[in-house]
Design a protein around this ligand. Structure first.
Ligand SMILES: [Fe+2]
Ligand SMILES: [Fe+2]
Length: 328
């Protein structure tokens, strides 16, 4: 039996009722939930509304010549990412190629080998779980970024720009894809903990009391805890917690020094300084990129950032690869 992770909801669309029911019995015997339909309209309707994990469609129903149904499924945002297996009576190479071109992910030939079919459904279910997770993670991140930016004291678009600056620097440093993804998400969410800081503190005009300053600083720890609740945000926890640390140990919340500050958090910190200076705030106009780079160099001299990281970031700005918009 498939384990709960790979037990899925399968939509079988087969022009031949008997063949469709045979496939259903095979899949149901492995613990999958199965729905069978026999025509195109019902296939489109069920695929759009029934949220299947995998589609199993006979070549005849898909459209042996034009694979029109495959294209319709691929065109629709609701069904675009649902893995699709075509079922064919014969291993006809030409229609196989055309089916794959039209958006099918895999092929099985009848009479279907039970073990092979189950293996394919399981592996495509795993793929679907992964894309589902990505989809919902992306939606959560965008929603949270809008919430963060709607708080006072934030320049509009800060989260987007941070994601762009940080990934550009990460790419220039040759970091791996997983790190670049963390920088992108971390750019959006580094200040997620600000959601828990009272308006009265965030909006306060004039100097903060020591207690209010401590509250603002707590956004790093609170954000770290919030991210601990979502698996897709685990990779950005070091960014969220440590983006206000400084190389000389004078930062917060942990007073980390040197290499003990996660590299990704150091990158976000540099992008944060740059964006804060080059965008307009309630209390001052935006400053030119050259001034922001000057401030970063001063902060290197004070022992806050790694010189090589600021140099790499400066190169990106000078070459126009980031920050072009704020200079305009
Ligand atoms: Fe922050
Ligand atoms: Fe920020």
């Amino acid at each position: 039996m498939a384990d709960p992770h790979t037990a899925s909801s399968v939509l079988i669309a087969h022009h031949d009722a008997r063949a469709g029911h045979d496939l259903r019995d095979t899949l149901a015997s492995d613990g999958h939930r199965v729905h069978v339909v026999h025509d195109r309209l019902a296939t489109l309707y069920q695929a759009r509304t029934g949220a299947p994990d995998v589609l199993l469609v006979s070549v005849e129903l898909a459209g042996r010549h034009d694979f029109d149904l495959c294209r319709q499924l691929r065109f629709d945002a609701r069904t675009r990412l649902v893995p699709l297996i075509l079922v064919s009576d014969h291993a006809d190479q030409e229609s196989r190629v055309r089916g794959l071109e039209a958006g099918a992910d895999d092929f099985v030939t009848t009479p279907v080998d039970r073990a092979e079919l189950l293996a394919r459904v399981r592996s495509l279910t795993r793929l679907k779980r992964y894309t589902d997770e990505m989809d919902s993670a992306a939606a959560i991140i965008t929603t949270l970024a809008v919430m963060i930016e709607s708080r006072d004291g934030y320049a509009e678009g800060h989260c987007h720009r941070m994601a762009n600056y940080a990934t550009a620097l990460g790419r220039a440093l040759g970091l791996a894809d997983a790190d670049l993804q963390a920088l992108h998400r971390g750019g959006f969410l580094h200040d997620i903990g600000m959601l828990a800081i009272p308006d009265a503190v965030l909006r306060k005009q004039g100097p903060l009391t020591a207690e209010e300053y401590r509250q603002i600083q707590s956004h790093t720890r609170i954000g770290d805890e919030l991210c601990g609740n979502l698996r897709s945000l685990h990779a950005i926890r070091p960014i969220v917690r440590s983006h206000h640390e400084r190389l000389d140990g004078s930062g917060y919340p942990d007073g980390l020094r040197g290499d003990s500050i996660p590299l990704l958090a150091q990158i976000i910190a540099i992008a944060d300084v740059f964006d804060a200076i080059t965008t307009r705030r309630a209390y001052r106009e935006e400053q030119p990129a050259s001034h922001a780079l000057e401030v970063l160099r001063e902060q290197v001299a004070r022992g806050w950032h790694r010189e090589d990281l600021v140099t790499a970031f400066t190169d990106l700005v000078v070459s126009g690869k980031v920050g072009a918009l704020v200079e305009a």
